[in-house]
Design a protein around this ligand. Structure first.
Ligand SMILES: C[S@@+](CC[C@H](N)C(=O)[O-])C[C@H]1O[C@@H](n2cnc3c(N)ncnc32)[C@H](O)[C@@H]1O
Length: 400
């Protein structure tokens, strides 16, 4: 056990110090703090450690409301107050943009009106009939009875989760605007939930076991800004509906009337449908079959008939579009854009690219390539994931 001084936070919200001349990452330690650490992992290039005792506390430290904080890998920043988490995220984004894209944009921040009880989806591990999360960057299991980030309906369900009767595997619980639940169980064991009890106490729309419908429906309805979205158990949907609502409005601010737009990585069609009242035509591309089926249905139930949804990989589907495109919206998974997709996007020569990203590192990598022909005009940090190290970015690029 050693006493060290924490210099700053890393990109994952861990304290950084040097121990035996080696960079050491310390969970739940804040800059300027003097702490006694215990090493939990020693690698050639770095160590990982935990705090055994705080000698000098940072004035920014707050007591976390969550009993699992510091152990559980679900969130990293509950030791700061909300405004300080925003400062950290903004700095982190600036540093990454400068280091990996040579860009230093002014970052506008959009905070979440709800910073606890905001997640509409959680994924729990199940180990010997116990339900919980893994510790951060490990497979150490911690049983949990509540998650402060999750919506109320999910926490209410967690009190009865044992009635799902899963021995081992994974359970994904989603909730919607109406506190309804959609549950997806993945397990190699036979699973027989106590359905009568669960139905009596919770608004369960459906239970899917592996990929088979066990009860009810395999999708439910979410509402954002008065638009309805059918969402299947395996379709992507933004986890924070409060920020999602602001994101929709932001996208529309940057789209002019009568444009032809592309909504790449469109999920259940949200951004394109949201913009479709303004624009002439929308093309949406998505790789998950249920999601694109949801997207087509969502266009119909919202009475939009100027959208073409295409199933497939953006890499192979995008070159099939022959229209002259004004704006391309991309909202890829964490891996960002494939180099060939960046090339195809630039070949379209759209006047504007709106890049929405949940991983600033891959965003910066892709912006560096796009910067050859595009100027970064506006950059927003939307706090989609309060009290975690994660950031959602919204960048607008204009053709030079
Ligand atoms: C971050 S989500 C964005 C979804 C949507 N824009 C929204 O806001 O709800 C990324 C989406 O890209 C899809 N996806 C991942 N790889 C893809 C690929 N190579 N081609 C097309 N879609 C892909 C995922 O299934 C997911 O729905």
């Amino acid at each position: 056990m050693e006493e060290v001084k924490i210099e700053k936070l890393d990109n994952q919200g861990r304290g950084i110090c040097y121990f035996n001349n080696k960079i050491t990452f310390v969970k739940n330690a804040l800059p300027e703090e003097k702490v006694v650490i215990k090493l939990v992992k020693e690698n050639k290039k770095y160590n990982e450690a935990v705090v055994e005792k705080i000698i000098t506390k940072s004035p920014k430290r707050v007591d976390s409301l969550c009993p699992y904080f510091g152990i559980c890998g679900g969130c990293e920043l509950q030791n700061l107050n909300y405004n300080d988490t925003i400062d950290y995220k903004k700095d982190k984004l600036s540093v990454i943009m400068l280091k990996y894209a040579n860009l230093s944009p002014e970052i506008k921040v959009i905070t979440s009106s709800k910073n606890l009880e905001y997640r509409n989806k959680i994924t729990l591990k199940v180990l010997n009939n116990k339900y919980g999360y893994y510790e951060s960057s490990s497979h150490n299991f911690i049983e949990i009875e509540e998650c402060l980030l999750a919506e109320k309906a999910i926490n209410k369900f967690l009190k009865d989760i044992k009635y799902l009767n899963v021995k081992n595997g994974e359970v994904i619980i989603r909730s919607n605007y109406n506190n309804e639940l959609l549950i997806w169980i993945k397990s190699k064991n036979k699973v027989k939930p106590y359905l009568d009890y669960l139905k009596k106490n919770h608004k369960i729309i459906g239970i899917v076991i592996n990929d088979n419908l066990y009860y009810g429906d395999n999708s439910f309805i979410e509402i954002i800004n008065h638009q309805l979205f059918v969402v299947s158990y395996d379709s992507f949907f933004q986890v924070n509906r409060h920020i999602c609502s602001k994101l929709f409005k932001l996208v529309n601010e940057y789209i002019a009337d009568n444009e032809i737009i592309l909504d790449l990585y469109c999920g259940v069609g949200t951004l394109g449908i949201n913009a479709s009242l303004k624009v002439k035509k929308v093309y949406g591309i998505e790789i998950v079959k249920n999601a694109i089926v949801n997207a087509a249905m969502n266009a119909k139930i919202n009475k939009r008939n100027n959208i073409l949804h295409m199933l497939g990989d953006v890499k192979s589907e995008l070159p099939k579009i022959k229209d002259q495109v004004n704006t391309i919206i991309v909202d890829p998974p964490r891996a960002g854009l494939d180099k060939s997709v960046v090339r195809t996007i630039m070949n379209f020569k759209p006047g504007k690219i709106i890049y929405i990203s949940c991983d600033p590192m891959t965003l910066a990598r892709d912006l560096k390539l796009l910067s050859k022909k595009y100027d970064l005009c506006d950059t927003y940090m939307l706090d989609m994931f309060p009290f975690t190290e994660h950031v959602e970015c919204f960048c607008v690029l204009k053709l030079r």
